[in-house]
Design a protein around this ligand. Sequence first.
Ligand SMILES: [Zn+2]
Length: 128
Amino acid sequence: MHALHPSLKSQPKWFWIADIIRCKQESELPEKKYDADCVRRRAPSFEIVDGQLYKRSFGCPLLCCLLPDEAKIVSMEAHRVTCAAHHGANTLARKLIIKGFYWHTMVRDCIDEVRKCPTCQAFAKKDA
Ligand SMILES: [Zn+2]
């Protein structure tokens, strides 16, 4: 049986990862009915492989669930370094899924990444 990732305890915003792991490993659900219903509904879409939580996706391999700090680095690097084409937020999110990553706020975070990018903002001002 795999242990809960220690960094999850210090990141309450990402409780859903901890709750899904607890549900899958120990069949425990959160006490609040709404949270329990969310976890029960979402849990079948996830798998734990070697202690890492993965999300199943349609037609793609398992998507690696990232913690907030990892997600921030991956989205910034994909947007500004690896792809370096400064695609829009939706394209960036799609590329991250194709690369095998997942976190539940990825579209919102990609929008933030594009808004914070000086190059994208320079082009946005030019087009206006
Ligand atoms: Zn950019």
